[in-house]
Design a protein around this ligand. Structure first.
Ligand code: C2E
Ligand code: MG
Ligand code: MG
Ligand code: MG
Length: 267
């Protein structure tokens, strides 16, 4: 525009459209194509009930299959967030997770991650209702994981959506708890059944007394609010034992099981 109207201009590396923005747009295009080609796949990671040592449910984690490579969500989710396209990914994941729930009764319950963008999309609720009906899946087999940032941007709107999905029978969990802001206030206001303690507090729990104090504090508050606790990133038996002593209900991590395709889970 600086060059005046009605002039054509070929972009080069020095242009304002930064490399980062271009990369985001590329990813958004790639994901749109992947949705069309059905190249977004789900891996499932078991979540154990600590006291009974039984699998309680599974978390669905998205991956992109591209030219025989598997690309992790950390690569493309930030780009999709920037482009405002997370609702597309979320709906694809919900739809796939529901077809798996229909096909695999062994998948007792599945936790599905929802982004802030996906969550604030008004078409989300009717979409979920439609898919549950189409595949005859009971809503009580779904737990939605919301990060604090997803749930917190607009607390009253969030409460309304959670209430509606809860009325269908879905459960809610606050993901990555402890990494956001104003955590205890929101914890008090959100009708979620469980709190997932962020993995950064768990990985080194056996050696870090500050982490231990924080995990105990989160457990106490969650417990006082009648919410179950889940620990992610459980990488060894020592950490699992500490969590059991504290009273944390569920554990997830490489020590207990890696995310994998559903056919290898139940082979
Ligand atoms: P998250 O929801 O907190 O998921 C847990 C992440 O930790 C997963 O990474 C999982 O593979 C990894 N993990 C599991 N056990 C361990 C462990 O013992 N140690 C360590 N270091 N890591 C472990 P992943 O699959 O790469 O996903 C990263 C994040 O991307 C997720 O974090 C979630 O925020 C987002 N995400 C993944 N799938 C979806 C999805 O379908 N929809 C949305 N909206 N977000 C998703
Ligand atoms: Mg999660
Ligand atoms: Mg998490
Ligand atoms: Mg996490």
């Amino acid at each position: 525009k600086k060059m005046g109207r009605n002039t054509a201009h070929i972009y080069n590396q020095n242009d304002v459209l930064s490399k980062e923005l271009q990369a985001s747009m590329e990813w958004a295009r790639t994901i749109h194509q992947a949705v069309a080609d059905d190249n977004l796949i789900l891996h499932f990671q078991p979540i154990y009930h600590i006291a009974s040592k039984q699998i309680a449910y599974y978390e669905a984690l998205v991956r992109l299959e591209l030219d025989d490579k598997i690309i992790m969500p950390g690569e493309f989710i930030p780009a999709l967030e920037r482009e405002g396209d997370m609702n597309l990914l979320d709906r694809q994941v919900i739809s796939k997770a529901i077809t798996y729930l229909a096909d695999y009764p062994q998948l007792t319950q599945v936790a599905i991650n929802l982004s802030a963008q996906g969550f604030s999309d008004e078409r989300l609720l009717p979409f979920i209702e439609e898919k549950l009906l189409e595949y005859q899946v009971n809503a009580n087999r779904i737990i939605f994981e919301l990060t604090e940032s997803a749930s917190l941007s607009n607390i009253s709107a969030t409460q309304v959506i959670i209430e509606k999905l809860s009325n269908l029978g879905c459960a809610f969990s606050i993901d990555d708890f402890g990494t956001g802001f104003s955590t205890f206030t929101y914890l008090k206001q959100l009708p979620a059944q469980s709190v997932k303690i962020d993995g950064s507090f768990i990985v080194d729990l056996a050696n870090n007394s500050v982490d231990l104090a924080l995990v105990k504090a989160i457990y106490e508050v969650a417990n006082a609010l009648d919410k179950k606790t889940v620990a992610e990133f459980v990488e060894n038996e020592q950490v699992l034992n500490i969590l059991a002593d504290i009273g944390v209900t569920y554990a997830q991590g490489y020590h207990l099981g890696k995310p994998q395709a559903v056919d290898t889970l139940f082979e």
